[in-house]
Ligand binder design. Structure first.
Ligand SMILES: [Zn+2]
Length: 405
């Protein structure tokens, strides 16, 4: 089951009944958290058993389903807390400050036609919330293969989760193999054992954003060194901004890659980045963070699963140092071009993507497609050495990905 969340703005200010409900909900969550810590339980069922009766007495009006949902929220908060304790990470006794309430799909109704949510407060009292529906929302609401999940009500918006069964990935007609680098994805599109295009998706701004925010945080720490709390707060805000900016950019890159792959019915080959640590280079003072690349993979994989685009991830060991023709492994990974004694030479990033492709093929994950780099070496060299080759943007106007040749 795949889940995605949709955020809606509300047409009118929240009615008072909803505000009271949210306050009750928050109270129930916090009570259940305290109770859970005191009696050392995290399971929703035990929490419900322990807390339900008392809370029911104090708040006789609240709709029973909402109480159960409050205990569930408390349970997951407690689980997180416990996990942090176990891992000896810094943590405080959890306490919910934010005003919100969550309703499972049987505890509210959303009219997908006109965007009106019917939310029961207590017996005989329902409120209606009118959502502002954009074309983007419409696309999901009109899709009957999607079912509704939980709804979270916040003071200024509503988040509704939608679910669908993961579609069966299509049978690939081509392979898009991508090597993930600090500033770009570089790779090849292979069709019928031939390189059909050399592809690059660039995101040079990401490392710029990172270094700008890194410097800013450093400055903040210096300036606020007399006030650690403020420094911490401001740095956290900087970190959040950095995260949002990079995330936004990575979504764009992922969309470009996916629409490119979908049009050509490609299977996407990526390197498995788990366990890879950035190598300590000469510039020890500015470490290059890995998370934007991991995040990009996460987004690509998630969106691909939603659209039924097959993705395989392969072990990237030696991918930057191996010759795909003769198999010899080089010591250094310096220089923009990979040159091998056997005569093979190629842009280092593209060479890595071909190695990834070969690994995928040898692991028979790539849908039975076979690759023989020697066979298309000629074409590769043509692409890379051809002077003045026009770089054209994708006709569908997607940004960030360019097909050369
Ligand atoms: Zn070689």
């Amino acid at each position: 089951m795949l889940v995605r969340s949709l955020t809606f703005r509300l047409k009118d200010p929240l009615p008072n009944e909803a505000k009271f409900l949210m306050e009750d909900f928050r109270l129930a969550v916090n009570n259940a958290i305290r109770l859970g810590i005191r009696s050392n339980v995290t399971s929703r069922f035990t929490l419900t058993k322990l807390a339900y009766k008392d809370f029911r007495k104090e708040h006789p009006g609240i709709y029973a389903q909402h109480l159960v949902s409050a205990f569930e929220v408390a349970g997951s908060i407690l689980k997180n807390h416990r996990r942090r304790l176990r891992k000896k990470l810094p943590t405080q006794v959890p306490f919910v400050r934010r005003l919100f309430m969550k309703a499972e799909n049987q505890a509210y109704k959303l009219d997908r036609e006109n965007g009106i949510i019917d939310l029961p407060i207590k017996a005989g009292l329902h409120i209606q919330l009118e959502l502002i529906i954009s074309d983007y929302h419409r696309k999901y609401l009109d899709d009957e293969s999607l079912s509704l999940g939980s709804m979270t009500l916040l003071s200024d918006r509503v988040v509704v989760t939608i679910r669908k069964h993961a579609p069966k990935p299509y049978a690939p007609a081509s392979v898009l193999s991508l090597d993930t680098n600090e500033r770009s994805l570089d790779g090849v599109l292979v069709k019928e054992d031939m390189i059909a295009a050399v592809v690059r998706a660039e995101f040079p701004e990401v490392s710029i954003i990172q270094s700008v925010h890194h410097d800013r945080r450093k400055r903040l720490q210096k300036k606020k060194s007399h006030d650690r709390r403020t420094a911490k707060r401001l740095c956290a805000r900087e970190g959040k901004r950095e995260h949002n900016r990079i995330d936004y950019r990575m979504h764009e890159v992922a969309n470009a890659v996916l629409s490119f792959a979908e049009e050509r019915r490609s299977i996407i080959v990526l390197e498995d980045l788990t366990g890879i640590r950035p190598s300590k280079g000469k510039k020890l003072n500015r470490r290059i963070s890995f998370w934007p690349r991991r995040r990009l993979h996460q987004i690509i994989e998630y969106k691909a699963a939603w659209k039924g685009i097959p993705v395989v991830k392969v072990d990237p060991r030696y991918s930057s140092r191996k010759c795909p023709v003769c198999g010899s492994i080089q010591d250094s990974r310096k220089g923009a071009e990979f040159v091998c004694g056997c005569g093979w030479h190629m842009d280092r990033h593209l060479n890595a993507s071909i190695n990834l492709l070969q690994t995928a093929a040898s692991e028979k994950a790539a849908g039975g497609l076979r690759f023989d780099p020697g066979a298309f070496q000629h074409d590769v060299v043509m692409v890379l050495c051809g002077p003045g080759r026009a770089v054209r943007p994708e006709p569908n106007g997607t940004s960030g990905i360019r097909a050369v040749a």
